[in-house]
Design a protein. Structure first.
Length: 468
């Protein structure tokens, strides 16, 4: 049997998956747009600072600087202007370099002519800069682990040098806060949707669960409890339809029981007369052994008909059980003693493995049901001395399990589906009411009955709520 997926899980999945996907997609898009906007803004800011630095220092002052001029007045003036602009704008570094990437002036202590190897990563941007157009690099991570971006501006016309400005991407700290806000909003929205979905799902699932329990009761033959329609929607229509079906089934069962009782009653009277005349005939034929044999056959058939009539009457008129606490181990011991009478002639061993366990039951009706199962088990066993019937009582999780196992050939799948149907039987002499009677008794006791069968044996299990 395939594992069933509850409706609650389906509803939660149907609401959560698109909700989470929507929040995640919106958050990712908002984060991407914000990141791009901040990056572009930082690039514009850095290129503006680089252009301002280029306008202040002039290319003629830079062109005269050569390696070893770090102590000259011209170098100090250029560096001073760059340092003042760095302080005023709050950037991380300002430097001037030649097309070959060698330094001409740097707000850090870097000698003239020292090569900037990091510029190799920005070759395409630098081609644009030396062509006369400011440009910005992509983000990169500095040695301190922080994100940086560089802005470049040409120095001179034509551009013989370029000014570079490195700025820490401090704006991305705001982006991290924005990302945390998105995560919190998404998580809060998801939780709200989960709570709302669970509330709606429970409101939908609760009446469906009631319908499921009602359908299970009807499927087990319990037609007493009505199916209540608690809403006016589609579920309410299903409940009303199920209730109409229950009433029809109950009416049909009542008519069948009345018919069975009427037939049994009408048949019982002629049977009494036939039994009386058979007795008179037996007395008249006391000296004729051959004809007495015929009379005995008539009497045996009459006895079998009486049993069938009694079965019909008991099935049709079985009263509601009177439930009282009963030790099922003791009850099953009585069943074992009664079963031995039919088991011994067939050379079938009947064993009992029971622990003390109490359950509310009608001892008379339950004894009959268990005796019916035990006798069926004996009849299913081989008669060569290898037959075994095991009666057992066990306790588990607040329930009492009564089991009856046999070592017979088993029940085929086609027959197994019909064994609870009234009047269905595979025996030559049987009414087909025995297991139907057992099932009805189990239902009236609030019990579950199950059967497992395979070649080599069949097991019936009756599960009842345990009593204190």
């Amino acid at each position: 049997m395939r594992r069933r997926v509850p409706i609650l899980a389906k509803l939660l999945g149907a609401s959560l998956v698109p909700t989470v996907a929507t929040f995640a997609g919106f958050g990712a898009l908002a984060h991407y747009v914000a990141r791009r906007s901040l990056e572009e803004e930082l690039g514009r800011r850095l290129t503006s600072v680089a252009a301002a630095a280029a306008a202040q220092i002039g290319d003629e002052n830079v062109a005269s600087l050569q390696p070893g001029d770090e102590s000259t007045r011209a170098y100090r003036n250029v560096k001073k202007r760059l340092a003042e602009l760095e302080t005023a704008t709050g950037v991380a570094r300002i430097y001037v370099f030649a097309p070959d990437g060698s330094s001409r002036c740097d707000t850090r202590e870097l000698p003239i002519g020292e090569r900037y190897y990091k510029l190799d990563a920005d070759r395409s941007e630098l081609r644009t800069v030396f062509a006369g157009t400011p440009a910005a690099s992509v983000l990169f991570k500095g040695r301190d682990g922080m994100l940086y971006k560089s802005g470049y501006a040409p120095l001179g016309q034509p551009a013989a040098f370029a000014v570079g400005v490195d700025g820490a991407a401090s704006l991305y700290e705001q982006l991290a806060g924005f990302r945390r806000t998105l995560v919190l909003v998404g998580a809060g929205g998801t939780l709200a949707v989960v709570a709302l979905s669970m509330l709606v799902a429970r409101l939908l699932v609760r009446p469906i669960k009631r319908l499921e329990r009602a359908a299970a009761r009807i499927g087990q033959g319990d037609l007493q409890e009505p199916v209540v329609a608690s809403s006016r929607d589609e579920i309410g229509v299903v409940a009303e339809t199920l209730e109409a079906m229950r009433q029809q089934l109950r009416s049909r069962d009542e008519r069948m029981q009345m018919m069975l009782a009427g037939i049994a009653h009408e048949v019982r009277n002629p049977l009494g007369g036939m039994e009386l005349y058979a007795g008179l005939l037996r007395d008249d034929l006391a000296g004729d052994a051959e004809k007495l044999g015929y009379v005995k056959k008539i009497e045996r058939e009459l006895e079998r008909l009486k049993i069938i009539v009694n079965d019909f009457l008991e099935y049709a008129r079985r009263p509601k059980p009177e439930l009282k606490p009963q030790d099922l181990a003791e009850l099953l011991a009585e069943v074992r003693d009664l079963t031995l009478a039919s088991a011994q002639p067939r050379q079938v061993e009947v064993t009992l493995d029971a622990v003390p366990a109490r359950a509310a039951c009608d001892s008379g009706q339950l004894r009959r049901a268990l005796l019916n199962l035990a006798q069926n088990a004996v009849q299913a066993c081989p008669t060569d001395g290898s037959g075994r019937v095991r009666l057992g009582v066990a306790r588990t999780d607040g329930e009492v399990l009564v089991t009856i196992r046999d070592t017979g050939p088993g029940i085929d799948a086609a027959t197994l589906e019909k064994i609870w149907t009234p009047f269905y039987t595979t025996k030559q002499q049987g009414t087909g009411l025995g297991l139907a009677f057992v099932r009805d008794i189990a239902i009236d006791h609030g019990a579950r009955i199950a059967v497992e069968s395979q070649p080599g044996g069949t097991t019936f299990t009756l599960t009842l709520p345990e009593s204190a």
